[in-house]
Write a protein that binds this ligand. Structure first.
Ligand code: UDP
Length: 460
């Protein structure tokens, strides 16, 4: 989520948005507050010139399935955040008829290629480094790099039926090249678009691009749709909501966790030993990149009030939040709980790590646009305590399939953890319902079906 440049004059000449009806269904509950989230994809990059790597220039015509439109996906990040995991599934599914352009290199490329996706990295270090709160002047300074990227993306897009833009920087660069590529554009909006997280210039660019040049927007939650509506004036209920899909099977067949009984269960020792976790401790797990708005500091304060509980922080500072990661360690030491807090870094095998926990925490202090980690915890049949804002309230129903607390409320979080610890029967009931709801409302099959439908309609 990210770039900035006052490009509104450039978009006036571009064609107008075509509303497209996509069949969608609501998830489990209703609504949440408007807000913001997301991170800025500033990443390590190559030099300040467009630098394609991992290029395979062969046409995809030879491999595409008959009748399916070919797609060029664009994502700004080489790191693995929620938007990238969502694209990973889709690009893997469409590998025979698509290509992925990344605007930064990183582990995301490796994961895509492992699924058979064709990937190009079109990197410009200056554009990658632009801050989401950047001024118009700073944006002007990266203009030459942007123009090179716009042209490079457009050159690839000409080979495909549809251009699918997965992040905000991809949106800007992909749409501004539309006069060059003349392909229909889909934007998958993963953010709650407010000033809490995004600069005025950036929001203004997004607003005008969506109004005048994007053929179809799909959003990851009703909360994201409402923020789009507030920004652009487009009716929220006219924007298709396509929830992320979570592979429930991966979360229910964890090696070493066979027979694990979940919250309060006694049979997860072997799995914990494999992961290097204390076998007998009562573990609360918090998954996600280390970033202030993800609220890991709130979880530390809550755990400090619960002498029997340990906290496992799974995730790394992906977008330059190293100072925050350091502050968390200092906070744990200052609270006298360093021996009960386990910083384990970024982990690939999230299903195993979730299965090793008694409870999964979600502590974002800003409204979460969707929150894959919540559905993953549910799919792992673990009770989830989540911060009630944004898309979260479309997933979790308090006391039914999880537990909701006010964002940033340390006392409420500590009470909730204490409640589930003291009442394993309640915790198990929530976990069972959570697993069923994750399977029924957030399946990968539904996600892929709706996405491919959206792509087909855009191609028409
Ligand atoms: N994740 C991961 N390893 C980690 C921490 C997180 O693979 O160590 C994954 C997590 O399983 C989830 C994604 O990163 O699929 C985070 O997505 P979410 O929607 O929760 O947050 P976002 O990154 O979009 O803010």
């Amino acid at each position: 989520m990210r770039p900035t440049i006052d490009a509104s004059p450039l978009v006036h000449a571009l064609p107008r948005i075509q509303p497209v009806a996509i069949e969608t269904s609501g998830a489990l509950g209703a609504s949440g507050a408007l807000g913001a989230s997301g991170a800025l994809g500033a990443s390590a990059g190559s030099v300040g010139s467009v630098a394609p790597v991992a290029s395979d220039a062969t046409t995809i015509e030879a491999t595409r399935a008959p009748g399916s439109p070919s797609v060029l996906f664009v994502d700004q990040s080489g790191q693995l955040g929620g938007a990238e995991f969502a694209l990973l599934q889709l690009a893997g599914h469409c590998a025979a008829s698509s290509e992925v352009v990344l605007l930064s290199d990183g582990p995301f490329r490796t994961r895509l290629e492992a699924l058979g996706a064709r990937v190009q990295v079109i990197n410009d270090a200056r554009v990658s480094g632009i801050a989401r709160q950047a001024s118009g002047w700073n944006c002007l300074r990266v203009l030459p790099g942007m123009i090179r990227q716009i042209r490079a993306i457009a050159a690839r897009a000409r080979e495909f039926d549809v251009l699918f833009l997965n992040t905000q920087k991809a949106l800007v660069l992909g749409v501004l090249g539309k006069p060059l590529h003349r392909k229909p554009v889909i934007w998958y909006q993963h953010d709650i678009l407010t000033r809490n997280h995004f600069g005025r210039v950036q929001l203004s660019v997004v607003k005008w691009l969506v109004r005048f040049a994007v053929d179809q927007v799909v959003v990851n939650s009703q909360a994201s749709a409402r923020s789009l509506a507030a920004l652009t004036g487009i009716a929220a209920d006219s924007v298709p909501v396509i929830y992320n899909g979570i592979d429930a099977a991966a979360f229910s067949h964890v090696e070493g966790a066979e027979g694990a009984e979940g919250a309060g269960g006694a049979d997860i020792g072997a799995l914990r030993r494999r992961l290097g976790l204390p076998a007998d401790a009562w573990l609360a797990g918090l998954f996600g990149r280390l970033a202030p708005w993800k609220g890991q500091h709130v979880a530390l304060d809550a755990i400090a009030r619960l002498p029997e509980a340990h906290l496992v922080l799974v995730g790394a500072p992906l977008f330059g939040e190293d100072a925050y990661a350091q502050r968390l360690r200092e906070q744990a030491t200052a609270l006298g709980i360093a021996d009960r807090v386990h910083f384990v870094g970024f982990q690939d095998d999230v299903p195993a790590w979730m299965s090793a926990m008694e409870v999964i925490l979600h502590t974002s202090t800003e409204p979460e646009p969707f929150g894959r980690v919540i559905v993953e915890g549910m799919a792992a049949a673990r009770p989830v305590i989540a911060a009630a804002a944004g898309g979260v309230t479309e997933i979790v129903q308090h006391g039914q399939n999880g537990w909701l607390v006010e964002p940033g409320d340390v006392g409420a979080l500590a009470d909730a953890i204490g409640t589930l610890r003291a009442d394993p029967v309640l915790a198990q009931r929530l976990a069972r319902q959570a697993r069923d709801d994750a399977r029924s409302a957030f399946s990968v099959e539904q996600y892929l079906e709706k996405m491919t439908q959206a792509i087909r309609q855009a191609a028409r």
